[in-house]
Design a protein around this ligand. Structure first.
Ligand SMILES: [Zn+2]
Length: 214
């Protein structure tokens, strides 16, 4: 049983007991442990509102932590026909890819936007794949710095482009709801490699396209 198969079951309208059994195979013992946690927090896990909470929490992991189970072979369909000699000035970009991830220090969400640009050499990739790459690395316990570099690494390795840039801006609920309680700050991380780093005009263009070069 894979997470994808369980998601499929849910989409096809499987009943709760069947889904529960499938979740138990993927995340053994998890529902029982969530029930224990609810009691540790100070609530009564048997009260009406919480009765199904362990089930719902674990079911949500299929999405929130789905990146651990997703398959990279689906991500890297590249196209290499007929792009010929690409000018060094041709940036391929996908910006404003929104994502949700979970901070590995507090298990509290952070969310924001990822902007990806690259200078193709011989290979390009479908834009929807860029979105999937972001999801693959976001849907797990993360820190923003690592998310940014993993996406850049992946694009470098798969497309061998002349340059790649990844910029992420995100809001961290662990900073808003607790800790320093700063409601407006955003964290920005960037990875610029190859000619997107070294060729000043290209870098400027990349930042202008994202809208960060004001
Ligand atoms: Zn945190």
């Amino acid at each position: 049983m894979t997470a994808e198969e369980v998601k499929e079951m849910i989409l096809n309208g499987a009943d709760k007991e069947t889904i529960k059994k499938a979740l138990e195979l993927i995340y053994p013992g998890a529902m029982q442990k969530i029930k224990e946690l609810l009691a540790i927090i100070g609530d009564n896990p048997d009260r009406e509102g919480l009765k199904d909470t362990p089930y719902r929490v674990v079911k949500s992991w299929l999405e929130i932590y789905g990146g651990y189970k997703s398959n990279t072979s689906k991500l890297n369909t590249t196209f290499s026909d007929n792009i010929g000699d690409v000018e060094d000035s041709q940036i391929v970009m996908c910006k404003d890819i929104d994502f949700y991830s979970t901070c590995e220090h507090h298990m509290i969400p952070f969310h924001g936007y990822c902007h990806i640009g690259y200078l193709p050499d011989k290979k390009v990739i479908g834009v929807s794949k860029l979105v999937r790459i972001v999801e693959h690395f976001a849907k797990r316990l993360q820190i923003q710095e690592k998310l940014c570099s993993q996406i850049a690494d992946y694009i470098e390795q798969t497309l061998e482009p002349k340059g790649v840039g990844v910029i992420i801006t995100a809001e961290h609920l662990c900073m808003k709801a607790r800790g320093v309680r700063n409601a407006t700050s955003k964290m920005v991380t960037s990875q610029m490699r190859g000619k997107i780093r070294t060729q000043i005009q290209t870098r400027e263009e990349f930042l202008t396209l994202i809208g960060l070069n004001k």
